[in-house]
Design a protein around this ligand. Sequence first.
Ligand code: NAD
Ligand code: WQD
Length: 366
Amino acid sequence: MVVGSVLVTGGTGYIGSFTALALLEADYKVVIVDNLYNSSQEVLRRIELISGKKAHYHTCDITDEAALDAVFAAHPDIDNVIHFAALKAVGESGERPLDYYNVNVFGSLCLLRAMKKHHVTNIVFSSSATVYGDATRFPNMIPIPEECPLGPTNPYGNTKVTVEMMITDHVNAERANAKKAGKSGEEFNAALLRYFNPAGSHPSGIMGEDPQGVPYNLLPLLAQVAVGKREKLLVFGDDYASKDGTAIRDYIHILDLAAGHLIALNYLRANHPGVRAWNLGTGKGSTVFEMVAAFSKAVGRDLPYQVVGRRAGDVLDLTANPTRANTELGWKAHRTLEDACADLWRWTENNPQGYRQEPPKAFLEA
Ligand code: NAD
Ligand code: WQD
């Protein structure tokens, strides 16, 4: 029995693909749109191998409103959207901000317009801890609660705050318009999910992060060191005010993050909260050195690194206070850093070419 129908933008990407899997496993119909800018269709096969279920897929650019319109028209049962499609490289966003505004902001505008036209009223949006900027400027706000004032420090973060505002204005206006017309308007809802640092892969070893081009996040870079694609990890600064001098982040297992989307969507459908922001993080910070040690342990040998200067724009501590999601949504991150590292290593070893290869033979034969 299908419990509902979800359009997942960016659904062949890292977080989108794991969320599509979680939705299928929870008996949602899933319709993915993606332009494959940073992903590949092979992931659709992996999702099917794990879940035994198929997602519908359309190659579609979210800045093409007519193309989105056609997807909604082809699936009139879509009643929810989870919106991942975006450009996400912080450094690059400073070099070509207009591309970031085009995809992230204009693309979201096209999506909201198409949703309005097709009377789709629930949206879960991929926001980011980056909206808080340097939260250490408020010492009583570490770990970071949702009430922390927003203050993004790069164009990517600016696009995320802009889209949060656009969704908020849209949902509030639709609710008010419905009320004026004598209706409840409570069907209009949005979850703004601010995630911290996603980590890890599927325990089966056949689904994981497969960035096209050069990765810039810590764990994918460490994985490249482990397989010899990279000589060593460059540690960006050991002069922070942390226990070992390296910066602190909140690494959340991708399966816990994906589950958070499913739970947030179910919450919107059952509780009609209007617009609400939730942090998705573990509440536990880890330093870069702790991450190097944890991943080295999963690999079974020490991985080489060299301390270099701080990376521009980095901050000491980005750890979530996830209390709101814990209490309101009943969601909690259950998996450990050790799980994330072990799963990432299994994925890396089994799929040296990522999704540009057949699924590992051992899995197909099992
Ligand atoms: P990803 O790059 O793996 O996934 C994004 C997907 O969107 C890709 O499949 C890409 O091909 C697609 N896409 C890009 N431009 C598109 C367009 N114009 N039309 C249609 N599809 C398009 O990234 P991810 O890590 O899975 O991130 C998903 C979302 O989560 C993004 O909105 C990102 O900003 C946000 N986010 C990511 C992180 C992180 O560290 N990975 C942290 C916080 C928030
Ligand atoms: C983690 C830690 C680095 C690489 C980014 C975005 C954020 C969100 C998640 C999208 C930091 C250190 C890293 C390396 C290192 N994305 N590091 N050597 O910067 O916390 O967050 O991704 O919304 O918005 O900013 O993640 O993985 O790049 O870095 O020492 O080669 O690892 O300094 O302390 P970050 P990251």
